[in-house]
Design a protein around this ligand. Structure first.
Ligand code: ZN
Length: 221
């Protein structure tokens, strides 16, 4: 057996981006750090975004090829990716097609509609300290546009027991000045023409479980 020569087609590491647009939004005089996104930076060519997460220590999250999605959140847009071979789209984004027939074809960016559908949902009756006053929280996995996968976020503007599989949603962004390029820059709400279905046994059961949570939250200072 003869030896094999392996030729590398690509350099092992990409060139370090030149970060020119930096924003810091860490509040002054923070004593208890907890978990907070405290800033981000975007490269000169606009292709790469770093995000700074303080979780007792400072973490830098390099979004790499997914940067456009997070930059899009700053602009109030949802970017997905689409496979040029089979046409499948993805939010959360996939840099390569997950359809096995496509042999990891590189995907392309596509702007998604600001509408979605509930795939599945749950009601959180307990949480970390920072979210206690917002309980109960309706969490959904929703399919944005014709995405092949679902994305998790909160559903607002609804009595929690009225959540339904398949219900139509709109994506609502925070005001521009309050966005940080993170997933909580937006939440879901029912579309304007949606009406909850009449009450039934299951809704009553959930209501009984959830109502004490609403009452308990009122007692929090
Ligand atoms: Zn494909």
């Amino acid at each position: 057996m003869g030896g094999e020569t392996i030729t590398r087609k690509k350099k092992k590491f990409a060139k370090e981006p030149n970060f020119t647009e930096k924003k810091t939004y860490r509040p002054e005089g923070v004593k208890e750090t907890g978990l907070a996104f405290i800033g981000h930076e975007i490269s000169e060519d606009g292709n790469t975004m770093n995000q700074f997460l303080h979780y007792d220590q400072l973490y830098t999250i390099r979004h790499g090829w997914n940067s456009k999605f997070f930059k899009g959140l700053l602009e109030g847009k949802i970017w997905g990716t689409k496979c040029p071979k089979c046409g499948d789209t993805w939010v959360p984004v996939r840099t390569h097609c997950w359809n096995l027939d496509c042999n990891l074809e590189k995907t392309e960016w596509v702007e998604m509609p600001l509408t979605a559908k509930v795939h599945t949902w749950t009601i959180a009756g307990w949480s970390g300290r920072s979210s206690l006053k917002r309980l109960p929280i309706v969490l959904v996995y929703a399919v944005i546009g014709d995405s092949k996968v679902a994305i998790a976020n909160e559903l607002h503007g609804i009595d929690s027991w009225d959540a339904e599989f398949g219900m139509p949603l709109k994506i609502v962004f925070k005001p521009k000045g309050e966005r940080s390029g993170i997933i909580t820059d937006f939440h879901f709400e029912p579309t304007n023409d949606w009406k909850p279905s009449p009450t039934n046994e299951e809704k009553e059961r959930i209501k009984q479980l959830v109502e004490p949570v609403y009452e308990w939250v009122k007692t929090l200072k």
